[in-house]
Design a protein around this ligand. Sequence first.
Ligand code: ZN
Length: 312
Amino acid sequence: MLNQINGLHHVTSLASSASENNTFFSQDLGLRRIKATVNFDNPEVYHLYYGDKVGNAGSVLTYFPFPNMARGRRGAGEVGTTAFSIPTGSMSFWRERLHAIGAGYAMPTHRFGEQRLEFYGPDGDHFALIEAEDNRTPWTTDGIPAEHAIRGFHSVDMRVKDVAPMIELMTFMGYDVSAKEGSVTRLVIANGNAANKIDLIEVPGAESSKEGAGSVHHIAFSVATKADQRAVQSALTKVGYRVTDVRNRTYFHAIYFRTPAGILFEIATDEPGFTADEDVASLGTGLKLPQQHEKRRERLQQTLEPLKDLKH
Ligand code: ZN
């Protein structure tokens, strides 16, 4: 069993409009846009990052907005819901806010004794707000004071046809089964970061999901260093997973592998972090390009959709 993984690092999803995406997460939900760059493998498309003040692991939601992309289909073999943690007692603030911004939401429910409010993003993306004890320092905005602001991720839900092979993988990665409730199995990493929970939801009869706008593309788990990443890469390879080479993503190093449920996992380093090419005060304010795409800057500045508060 591995002991290098700390919990979630980031969640990366697909969207159909960069400007709607930017407004929803940085204005409506009050996350900080910590980086505006491009998809390193497809620089015609933005890669937008939102999180806390510096983009600590476990707070970072990222999007690839493909203009006019069709919506995905919900089903088995995907990350179904991305859940944020909010302070205890702030549920009514968020219900009012979701109502005010026109986001769809469901009546609050309970799972494992926690109150959760499910709501939808601009592409029908499934999210939840969960009241939890969480001492992380939030990013705050004019409309969202610290007493209510999102702390970072609480967990993600994965919808799978068969939980057994996923439980085997997750426990190999360092998670423990902590509780079961109906079709939901909760896994937790002891001594992990604050985003150390995963809920597996067994949906044996469900149709397979189809990726599109509003779908989660992959989730990344945090390791502190490249040495930890190498250890995880070698251990996963030894038990039969086909793990990619290390990719330099400027703000972290990444390896990827496909899980038995078909969900794409990444292992990402906490180093060097989002201040690698911008200082803390100006994070997310300029269009940052990796070196290999710098020569395309002028053209990209003309073709990428202008975003509020982004200097091109
Ligand atoms: Zn990633």
